[in-house]
Design a binder for this molecule. Structure first.
Ligand SMILES: Cc1cc2nc3c(=O)[nH]c(=O)nc-3n(C[C@H](O)[C@H](O)[C@H](O)COP(=O)(O)OP(=O)(O)OC[C@H]3O[C@@H](n4cnc5c(N)ncnc54)[C@H](O)[C@@H]3O)c2cc1C
Length: 377
């Protein structure tokens, strides 16, 4: 990898990977780009602009049609397309092989490489990082570019100022600290981000970019695993990550029957879904797909109503970016009241039925997700 060094009076400035760009690995399933890809393009665009580099994206699959253009509309300057029947469904080895071949064919590796912390991204990212013996920070909640000055005399060969480092930022130590993780000496600098955390750009169909097709050369050993059937997860109702209003239940419900009441409250709103804390998921009161938090989903609805949830940090990280959070809890000292925008102290079994009555009485189920009903912080 080519590095540029420049001596100033104060410190040697070392530009690692000066020509490398930012690369997003897109995810698609059954002909649809997954939302995390648009989020990564939004984050990647900011990083690329900050370094005055290009934003590249790679998509793998079969019969991809117009999907590469969509990636350009969402911010990519260049899209690499690997379109091959063997890539129709995600499989670790073929996807790994195509990505490694692509990266090795570039004149310089990407400066930064981003993947989603989805099932696919979590499987693929470490394999790419291991191959290139580079660092990978998983589950980031923020990304930035900034300088790092290495002053330690332990390894004098690395002394100097590195102007463009990826700051991969994520909660750590039981979510009590924000760690800024850097890996300035090797590229690509890699990170994964959780779905629902980064903000996508508004699509612009007037944006133009380059589409490059990628040669797919698979080894028979890469095709050992055969996908014989794909079964779509049976879900009822709206996906949690797409809901505008989430009514979420915790251990304060007392039993799984309490969710019936929450369903009734959720039905007062358009585009609503039911969420839950991990404690009640672990108790089997509601399926895992409803879990919000560190080990569940990250959500960002217009309105989040937390019923009988204490507000543990692991729950908070999954919902704190909601526009408006209303907490109902009988304990005035519950941690959730420290970050909820509106708090109601009392028994959910008295308050929720009253809310249902009031909302129903308003005879308007069309616009209850907005700030107008519940006020803002
Ligand atoms: C590695 C790790 C990962 C985790 N991941 C997650 C995660 O993804 N999501 C998550 O949610 N948790 C997660 N947890 C668990 C988390 O630490 C908490 O244990 C959990 O969020 C608590 O759930 P809860 O608020 O429902 O229950 P509790 O903490 O028991 O709170 C119940 C609340 O209900 C209130 N209450 C009781 N009765 C009533 C009533 N009648 N009316 C009104 N209020 C009432 C109580 O005052 C209390 O505040 C994780 C923990 C670890 C260690």
């Amino acid at each position: 990898m080519e590095n540029e060094t420049q001596n100033t009076n104060e410190s040697t400035v070392i530009q690692f990977c000066p020509k490398g760009n930012v690369l997003v690995v897109a995810e698609q399933s059954l002909g649809q780009i997954q939302p995390v890809t648009f989020e990564l393009l939004g984050a990647g665009r900011i990083l690329a602009d900050k370094m005055e580099k290009e934003l590249h994206c790679v998509i793998l699959g079969y019969n991809l049609g117009d999907l590469p253009n969509q990636l350009i509309h969402y911010g990519a300057d260049v899209v690499y397309v690997a379109d091959d029947e063997a890539l129709q469904y995600y499989r670790t080895l073929p996807y790994r092989r195509v990505l490694i071949d692509l990266l090795e064919s570039l004149p310089e590796p990407p400066h930064t490489m981003l993947l989603g912390s989805s099932t696919t991204g979590r499987d693929l990212a470490p394999r790419i990082a291991a191959h290139f013996e580079t660092g990978l920070t998983a589950d980031c909640t923020e990304l930035d570019i900034g300088p790092y000055e290495h002053k330690s005399k332990v390894d004098p060969s690395k002394l100097g100022l590195y102007p463009n480092c990826l700051y991969a930022i994520r909660p750590s130590f039981g979510e009590s600290l924000k760690a800024r993780i850097l890996g300035p000496w090797k590229n690509p600098q890699m990170a994964t981000t959780r779905p629902g955390v980064m903000i996508p750009l508004k699509p612009n169909s007037a944006r133009s970019g380059k589409i490059n097709s990628v040669k797919v050369n698979l080894d028979p050993a890469d095709l050992r695993l055969v996908v014989s059937e794909t079964v779509k997860e049976a879900t009822s109702g709206l996906k949690l990550t797409e809901a505008e209003v989430i009514v979420s239940g915790g251990y304060g419900l007392g039993s799984k029957d309490g969710f019936e009441m929450l369903e009734e409250l959720a039905a007062c709103f358009n585009n609503s879904a039911i969420g839950a804390s991990r404690k009640v998921v672990d108790l089997g009161w509601i399926p895992y797909q409803n879990q919000v938090g560190q080990t569940g989903k990250t959500v960002r609805p217009k309105l989040y109503i937390a019923c009988g949830i204490s507000g543990a940090i692991q729950h908070r990280v999954g919902m704190s970016k909601s526009n408006i959070i209303i907490a109902i809890n009988k304990d005035i000292d519950a941690p959730i009241f420290k970050f909820a925008h509106q708090g109601i102290v009392g028994d959910i079994y008295q308050i929720v039925p009253e809310l249902i009555l009031q909302f129903k009485a308003m005879h308007s189920t069309s616009n209850l997700g907005g700030k107008s009903i519940v006020g803002s912080r």
